[in-house]
Design a protein around this ligand. Structure first.
Ligand code: MTE
Ligand code: HPA
Ligand code: MOS
Length: 762
């Protein structure tokens, strides 16, 4: 089964928000953003802008009829700045004009009088000043402090990982229309239609039933539109509500990069204790998450970091403490992996540091400590259906680890100016929203009298192929062709109170709800057939659009079944609710069973460094991955390939950079480098492990959206391995991304330090 959308995408037939035909009278919005990262907002001077051509109205916080509040977890985020500004790029005013160009031109005429306040951009500095978003949280199992004394080896260190720009192809956007009875309809590029609806209702001071949010598809989200589509939806809605005209707001690329949050950078302290035979006995870690100026999803991201503290390893004594630190940067947010990658980078750093100090291969420590069936995670859920060792051992044999290692060693012996490196990266990722209540959704299925089927769920299609999967589930369950099925837009009036499409759980949750609805419809139709043809209900089925059972006329097709059921007044619509069974978590004891299941896999990565230039190639990434019983192998393979490359980007090329004034320096694609065709690995193999899947996974096909991102961490350690082949004694800091500059710093530590100080002296 192929992804249903790409043919339409490449023909330009798919409708994104910006393709929606513009309604007469539409005004265009542009956002005036704070030019300073922190200060007291004393005055905004709108006079000149109001006189500019085409400007109809300029809205500020004073124009908000309800509450000026869009914080999703903590109410700490105004829609428009009021009293203070907390980051550069914070929305301060909204210009409404007759054309987009006029709206943008007017922005330049606005000035704000801001009294500067001290700016914090560093999470550790924020923590030292008590600037925490929420109180720190600690996950603990066993007694790490007491165990270190009995360890043969103990190592400590610091690991740092950087931010990451989502760079969805479609930038943030919303198009809002006033409706009768004073409500608003919003077309939004959001992963969370209900989040947009809920916050618009708060901002406009009305019931959620007055707000309708509709989503056709996204040109990518990657977490960046889980919560951060909300401000643009609310701003467009505010405009439409106040001026009673349609308002369209589309961020241009640089505004999007400046104004929206990214993956959270983390700075972490670790301490790891091992026995002589390389068992990890104890691990302590303190995370400092750079949350930005308001909470956004940071507390939830922080929580998932804690859940992934030990990656795919069993460590009996763990203390992990996480701090969410408030800084004067745009609020950082969900990004594929949702804090998991940041936690996993630290344990991999600790293992690598231990291996380097001990003169053993990191893989020796990794392999010896992999999770086994029944092992407890630090939050006390057991590893059930654990495939950590299977994934590793399959990767090692199938991809000829020994041979690859020998080839790398031989190459390094024969070459001075190029060095190769190799790393293994096992992953273990928990599937479910870590907030248990979010693991629920609904599906509304209509069978029309001609036998065609329309399906609405809470799922948002953002390229990951969830619509195709849902259509497959429905076709399989009803026994009909996929061509009869249409997946409708995601709309809050058809399916209410939904969680965002996130946590890799969209296909599981909405697929299961669809399956339940289709099962109910199928049973109802088969009961009708049994009455109509006076045959036993048991034994009737629909296969390939044909109703089958002894006594049923051969010409009874799906179409005939549906039309005869309608004539007999059988309900052809079903609304099903699905909630993941068995998940729970107690934040008081930080223990429970938060995940429906875990996904496992192992990547073998090789890289080559040019030891003159510091540039490099990632040569091969070979992955053995636990898909369970994939029913969309083409889509699932695409998710692994895309996720791995996105992870490699995060770990190698992509460097989000702010100056100490909180100004984004990497503010365009000239200064922010993402992987392109030339930098993806020449070899990217994906092997489907033979695993049974899990009953909580849709049709036993495991969630696949986020886990592969973490294979990218292997690229970091493969590059580090190559650098150390050139400079065995170098004390390389555990800092990601491993940009060519950092590689060069590792290859020529004295030279680079010296030239840097010379440059600074100039
Ligand atoms: N794939 C594409 N093409 N576009 C995206 O925006 N988002 C990722 C992943 N894969 C994304 C993607 C993220 S962050 C998540 S959580 C999952 O898809 C969400 O979809 P799923 O729950 O259906 O896997
Ligand atoms: N994962 C992804 N997104 C989320 C989660 C989660 O666990 N919780 C809330 N949003
Ligand atoms: Mo994905 S970060 O859960 O949207």
């Amino acid at each position: 089964m192929n992804h249903l959308d790409p043919q339409r995408h490449v023909r330009g037939e798919s409708q994104y928000l910006d393709d929606v035909p513009v309604q007469q009278g539409t005004l265009y919005a542009a956002v005036y953003e704070s030019p300073l990262a922190h200060g007291i907002l004393k005055n905004i001077d709108l006079r000149a802008a109001l006189k500019a051509p085409g400007v109809v109205r300029i809205l500020t916080a004073a124009d908000i009829p309800g509450q000026n509040q869009i914080g999703g977890i903590v109410p700490d985020e105004p829609l428009l700045a009021e009293g203070h500004v907390h980051f550069r790029g914070q929305p301060v005013a909204l210009v409404l004009a007759r054309t987009e160009a006029q709206a943008h031109a007017a922005l330049k005429l606005i000035t704000a009088d801001i009294e500067p306040l001290p700016i914090i951009t560093d999470p550790r500095q924020a923590a030292a000043q008590g600037e925490l978003i929420v109180p720190p949280r600690t996950f603990r199992i066993g007694d790490s402090a007491g165990t270190f004394a009995g360890c043969d080896y103990v190592f400590e260190g610091v690991a740092e990982s950087g931010g990451q720009e989502h760079l969805y192809i479609e930038t943030q956007a919303a198009y809002a229309f006033p409706t009768e009875l004073g409500g608003v309809k919003i077309i939004s590029s959001t992963q969370g239609p209900t989040a947009v609806q809920r916050h618009c209702a708060v901002v406009l001071g009305m019931g959620m039933h007055q707000i309708e949010v509709d989503v056709t598809r996204l040109g990518g989200g990657f977490g960046g539109k889980e919560d951060q589509a909300t401000p643009w939806g609310c701003l467009a809605a505010l405009g439409a509500f106040v001026v009673k005209k349609p308002v369209k707001l589309v961020l241009d690329r640089m505004a999007d990069m400046r104004m929206t949050g990214k993956r959270h950078p983390y700075s972490s302290d670790f301490k790891i204790g091992l026995s002589a035979d390389l068992k990890i006995l104890a691990y302590e870690v303190t995370y400092y998450q750079n949350a930005g100026a308001s909470a956004d999803l940071s507390p939830a991201v922080l929580e998932r970091t804690l859940f992934h503290t030990t990656n795919a390893y069993c460590i009996p004594n763990v203390t992990a403490t996480a701090n969410s630190c408030r800084t004067n940067l745009p609020p950082n947010t969900a990004f594929r992996g949702f804090g998991g990658p940041q936690g996993m980078f630290v344990i991999e750093s600790a293992i690598t540091k231990a291996a380097e100090e001990l003169g053993v291969l990191p893989s020796e420590i990794q392999r010896r400590n992999l999770l086994r069936e029944g092992d407890l995670f630090p939050y006390r859920q057991p590893a059930e259906g654990c495939h950590a060792e299977q994934a590793w051992d399959t990767a090692a044999s199938l991809f000829d680890l020994a041979g690859e290692r020998a080839a790398v060693a031989k190459f390094n012996q024969e070459n001075q100016l190029f060095k190769k490196g190799l790393a293994l990266m096992p992953i273990c990722f928990g599937i479910s929203f870590t907030k248990t209540f979010m693991n629920q959704t609904r599906a509304l299925v209509h069978i029309y009298t001609d036998g065609s089927v329309g399906i609405s769920t809470g799922a948002v299609e953002m390229g990951q192929g969830v619509n195709t999967k849902i259509a497959q589930v429905a076709a399989t369950t009803l026994g009909i062709s996929i061509n009869r099925i249409k997946i409708e837009t995601t709309n809050t009036t058809r399916v209410a109170n939904t969680s965002p499409s996130a946590a890799s759980a969209t296909a599981d949750l909405n697929g299961k709800a669809t399956q339940l609805a289709c099962q109910a419809l199928r049973e109802r139709l088969l009961r009708h057939a049994s009455t109509e043809f006076a045959v036993e209900f048991e034994g009737i089925t629909i296969e390939n659009e044909q109703v089958l059972a002894a006594g049923i006329p051969a010409e009874t097709t799906w179409e005939k079944l549906v039309s005869s059921a309608f004539v007999r007044r059988v309900a052809l619509t079903e609304n099903a609710h699905y909630a993941t069974p068995g998940v729970h978590f107690d934040a008081g004891t930080e223990s429970g069973h938060p995940f429906a299941y875990h996904v496992y896999g192992t990547a073998l990565t090789t890289a080559t460094v040019d030891c003159l230039r510091g540039t490099y190639t990632i040569d091969s990434v070979r992955i053995a991955h636990d898909f369970g019983q994939s029913f969309s192998p083409a889509i699932d393979r695409g998710q692994i390939e895309g996720g791995a490359v996105q992870g490699i980007g995060w770990m190698t090329l992509e460097e989000v950079s702010y100056n100490d004034q909180g100004r984004l320096l990497s503010n365009s694609l000239n200064s922010y480098k993402i992987p392109d065709l030339y930098s993806v690995p020449a070899v990217l193999d994906v092997h489907f492990l033979d695993t049974p899947g899990h009953p909580n996974a849709i049709l036993r096909s495991k969630a696949v959206g986020e886990p592969p991102l973490m294979y990218g961490i292997g690229a970091y350690f493969a590059l580090r391995d190559a650098v150390r082949a050139f400079q065995p004694s170098v004390a390389l800091p555990l800092v990601a991304p491993m940009t060519p500059e950092r590689v060069l710093g590792g290859l020529y530590p004295e030279f680079v330090a010296e030239s840097a100080s010379r440059m600074l002296a100039k």
